[in-house]
Design a protein. Structure first.
Length: 267
């Protein structure tokens, strides 16, 4: 078997394992832990130096590209299902949301610092999901007002309930609207685009028209091997934006902060 075939088969096996575990999420008491373990293994795969090397050798092969797309589709859906499951557990008081938020506080605090989010800030979080821990942690750490957007109506309702249970319901709002339909978009000081948002470039085009020219935009994405669990961002944005890439060595996704280039030129 060629090296590319072996790598593609490894991706195929992970895809099948995650798909099978996700299909049984509601079926048994320990299926949550099983699916979480499968996704954790995918995370370990992504951060492996040897796998990064293998990716650099074989990522242009059609069989590897096809298996990569299939794995990402499966993993993203599985994570969304897992978040909904976790959110329902919190609502049923089977677990404490504070436990989850404590685990996130360190990494999210870094984003808050880099973006200079303060109590006076108004943050729009795009793709917040059913368990919007990053958005809630930002509100908790900075005191900022946060507006969460998601295209999934069920995720919006679950997120709203989770925010209320966390005690942050007065500072974190939820909406199913597009940015262009959001009345507060012009007032927002910061926008965050989640790594699982696929149409990042389309959203950036909306932000050009809807956002204030001084607003900062943080995008989480994953190129290369990280694209197995994140949607990539491979376009050249330097003509319209100034870019500040954050150090994310060992992280599951990459992070970039954008500001309007025309603003920094003093126009």
């Amino acid at each position: 078997m060629r090296g590319s075939d072996e790598f593609a088969y490894a991706l195929h096996r992970m895809n099948e394992d995650i798909k099978h575990s996700a299909s049984r999420l509601e079926a048994c008491s320990n299926c949550f832990e099983i699916l979480k373990d499968k996704l954790d293994r995918l995370c370990d795969f992504i951060t492996s130096i040897e796998n990064v090397r293998q990716w650099s050798l074989w990522n242009h092969e059609p069989n590897v590209q096809e298996q990569s797309r299939m794995l990402r589709t499966t993993a993203v859906k599985a994570l969304c299902d897992l978040e909904k499951y976790q959110s329902r557990r919190i609502h049923n008081e089977e677990t404490q949301i504070s436990e989850y938020m404590q685990k996130l506080s360190h990494s999210v605090r870094a984003d808050v610092t880099c973006m200079q989010v303060t109590e006076q800030s108004k943050v729009v979080f795009i793709g917040s999901g059913a368990l919007p821990l990053s958005a809630l942690t930002i509100a908790q750490e900075s005191g900022a007002e946060v507006i969460c957007l998601d295209i999934d109506l069920e995720a919006v309702e679950l997120g709203r309930h989770t925010a209320a249970m966390s005690g942050l319901g007065s500072r974190v709002a939820f909406s199913h609207k597009r940015i262009s339909e959001l009345a507060v978009a012009r007032e927002a000081t910061h926008f965050i685009i989640a790594s699982l948002v696929e149409n990042k470039l389309e959203i950036l085009e909306e932000l050009k028209r809807a956002a204030h020219h001084q607003a900062k935009i943080l995008i989480r994405y994953g190129n290369g091997l990280k694209s197995l669990f994140n949607f990539p961002l491979e376009a050249d944005l330097s003509e319209d934006w100034t870019l500040d890439t954050l150090r994310t060595q060992g992280h599951l996704y990459d992070t970039i902060i954008l500001e309007r280039a025309i603003q920094l030129k003093g126009v």
